[in-house]
Design a protein around this ligand. Structure first.
Ligand SMILES: [Mn+2]
Length: 242
């Protein structure tokens, strides 16, 4: 929760016109099968950009496979940027500083299990994770894991705010920026991407609860979803009975 490492402070600035399509996926949480299914639908080319907006690890079964696949796709020449999520923060703090309690309480056990003692690969992934940027500034859109502090300009945001903020951002309709914030972190328990207001696109489809991961393309606003059978189970338990 401390998150004061200077290497994760950076915001990557990119131009939308440099890419054919800009897809954003968030909060995959170890559901590597859903990630592969989405990639299969998207059919990413070297002219596209894919932003994976934090929280690829924890809760779901295949965190190791997530980072391994992402590194291979990048090595293969695809433009993929993974922003730093609060679960990447929990993971780094647990492994480097021994803060295991917070991590295990939030699904870190599944991440440890997925590595199955492959410690060399874990330290390679950790190097990648620690160098993830905090956000991607696309001009019109600002892609960030948790959101921004509405009382501050983009330049004044801290890494902690961009990784962990929740209610103070979501419940605040007025921002000190004209940009449209594309964010995850706070799950939509109906398993859908939400256009919350003129400046907020909420894309965490709650993979762990709903079984859904969504993706949005920022030029066309095309939205696609992949889900497991868990969505139906979840909806039956939480919505249909009432
Ligand atoms: Mn998350």
């Amino acid at each position: 929760m401390r998150l004061n490492r200077s290497e994760v402070m950076n915001i990557v600035k990119l131009k939308m016109e440099d890419y054919d399509r800009i897809w954003v996926i968030s909060d995959i949480h170890g559901y590597h099968d859903l990630f592969l299914k989405l990639l299969n639908k998207i059919k990413l080319t070297a002219k596209d950009l894919l932003i994976i907006n934090g929280d690829s690890c924890d809760r779901g079964p295949s965190s190791f496979e997530m980072y391994e696949t992402i590194e291979k796709l990048i090595d293969g020449g695809l433009n993929i940027i993974h922003t730093f999520g609060n679960h990447e923060d929990l993971m780094v703090n647990a492994i480097e500083d021994g803060e295991l309690f917070a991590w295990y309480r939030n699904g870190g056990r599944q991440t440890v299990d997925s590595y199955k003692k492959k410690y060399e690969i874990l330290s390679k992934h950790l190097k990648y994770i620690k160098n993830m940027p905090m956000a991607v500034d696309l001009g019109k859109y600002f892609v960030v894991h948790a959101g921004i502090n509405p009382q501050k300009t983009i330049e004044e945001q801290t890494s902690y705010e961009m990784t962990w903020i929740r209610g103070d951002f979501i419940d605040h309709p007025l921002l000190k920026t004209d940009k449209i914030i594309v964010y995850g972190h706070t799950p939509n328990l109906d398993g859908k991407i939400h256009f919350v207001d003129d400046q907020k696109i909420s894309i965490d489809c709650g993979s762990y609860n709903t079984g859904v991961v969504g993706a949005i393309e920022l030029k066309s606003m095309e939205i696609i979803y992949e889900n497991t059978h868990r969505l139906n189970i979840y909806l039956n338990q939480h919505f249909k009975k009432r």
